[in-house]
Design a protein around this ligand. Structure first.
Ligand SMILES: [Zn+2]
Length: 156
């Protein structure tokens, strides 16, 4: 039935199932690309600093969300991060028993934002808030510029 044809009786309407192939491409953006490239090529985290309010953000971003101005100053974080928050899970994403796996929000002193990642700790009880951690990275030849280039964070 052509779409312009007016249906006068609801029972005239028919339906069928099919699929429409869709493809998505996600770009990390200008600053996100710089962050990923620095991680891939040098194994470091890139942050950006606002010239107006002096706030530093990780991962690097192009605009300051407070001042709405472009941030052109970047710096790599050389210091270890610290555990801002953490939890231990015993199931994977589909709900199957798995683990235990400890996941933490890693932040850096004086920097807004952070990185959520696995913590390489032997025992759940050995983790504490504020604990200094450093990333364990894949070999440079295996890195792709994704957060999976980080295998986990371990105590510094
Ligand atoms: Zn700002």
């Amino acid at each position: 039935m052509p779409i312009l044809e007016k249906i006068t009786q609801p029972l005239q309407a028919r339906h069928w199932t099919d699929s429409i192939p869709l493809e998505f491409h996600y770009t990390a953006g200008v600053a996100g690309e710089s962050f990923r490239r620095e991680l891939k090529e040098n194994g470091r985290f890139l942050s950006s600093k606002c010239a107006e309010c002096k706030t530093t953000y990780i991962p690097a971003r192009m605009f300051c969300p407070s001042c709405f101005i472009e941030m052109k100053e970047t710096r790599t974080l050389e210091e270890p991060g610290y555990i801002y928050s953490y939890t231990t899970v015993n199931r994977n994403r589909t709900g199957e028993p798995n683990g235990p796996l400890t996941i933490g929000l890693i932040r850096f002193e004086g920097v807004k934002g952070g990185i959520v990642h696995k913590l390489d700790v032997k025992e759940h009880g050995s983790v504490s808030f504020g604990m200094k951690v450093v990333p364990i990275l894949k070999e440079a030849s295996e890195r792709t510029g994704a957060l999976t280039d980080i295998l986990a964070f371990r105590p510094a």
